[in-house]
Design a protein around this ligand. Sequence first.
Ligand code: GAP
Length: 449
Amino acid sequence: MEEKQNLMDKIAVLCKRRGFVFQSSEIYGGFASCYDFGPLGVEMKNNIKKAWWEEMTKFQNLPNGRIVGLDAAILMSPRIWQASGHLTAGFADELVECKKCHHRFRKDFLEKNKCPDCGGQLTKPRKFNLMMKTFIGPVEDEASSAYLRAETCQGIYVNFLNVLNSSRLKIPFGIAQIGKSFRNEITPGNFIYRTREFEQMELQWFCHPKEADKFFEYWKKARLKWYLNLGVKKENIRLKQTPKKELAHYAKSAFDIEYKFPFGWKEVEGIHNRGDWDLSNHSKHSGQDLRFFDENKKEKYFPHIIETSAGADRSFLLFLVDSYCQVKGGRTKTTQAVKEEEVVLKLSKKLAPIKLAVLPLVKNKTELVKKAKEIYRLLKPYFVCQYDELGSIGRRYRRQDEVGTLFCLTIDFESLKKNDVTVRDRDSMKQERIKIGDLPKTLKEKLEK
Ligand code: GAP
């Protein structure tokens, strides 16, 4: 257990030291469970979102049915949240308070019926709504109140007709969206695992009611495969059915994709069969008919919805944990520090934040530095790439390994004569010499392999 906690601490330290994730508002003492993504973090998170977006909008092999995108507003009519059930008990956690220290806890997270902080007696549970409230305009009253969205999918449901009609789609089809969501979580924690502001990557698949079960199965498999294709170890990820009594208010049935984090098996994505809950409720509350009319069959019905709902921040943590390798005894034989433990982030090619590093063998030889900078300028427009001349070459390899850089290009004295560089592969550590003129093409091929 201690070792596992240690791993989370090591990852959090690496994230701060190398610019993946910072505590929000740090110079003001931090702001509880809010995080900022630094220069490497934003590259990696964008890579995750791009991998998801491309998977959804380009690479699905569904014979019928297209997937199109949407970017709806975060602020929406509060009537949407009334219709969706989020303002009622449907979207509330059960909260208990310690009578002695007044700390609050989610009841379903407690193992014993007493305060985990001081052992005090707990109050009876009461419902605590998770929607974040705000006010629109100059007056702060009920009439001007609004909510930050708690899930991105509501923006999709209320645009169902707009998308259907403007894109000339037929059932089945899907709408994909990536965006921020907000929940007033009572017990956030485990670094970026549970936060109050987070990003979701959601697909809503609209289908005929009779095909819902078939597509539910399809999406369960397709989503699990996405993580595996991005290099996640099979033994660390699984699908788990949600027991009936734990189903969200909108779900007829659900599976979670769970990952084996150092703090236990935890949900990273939900796959939900939402039935006609969303479209029928929005029809009722808005007075608009959101049924689909099938011209051929002369049939009018509420499409059923299969949802896949993943967290961008949660998958970010998953990919970090899964790729974090500690090599005891050292990998870099060229350094004196061979006995030190070395860290390699074995992130997949798609997700690694930096693809290449350009390193002159030594920094005090002007010709080497000049050549290395030339190569850096040549490659920078095509690849996310870093130039580094500080410290021994072994130390620089280690610095790149611990952030997952895929290839290190070293410019040595032979490079000046032969117009080539050595290219070191992060995982095999093998080096090969490649002509400078061939670098853009060869590296592109290597990265796409
Ligand atoms: N639209 C359905 C929906 O929102 P959910 O199971 O409540 O379903 C889906 O959330 C995903 O969103 C989760 O699996 C997780 O990846 C992410 N998520 C939810 N709450 C989160 C939080 N407080 N912090 C980070 N990610 C969260």
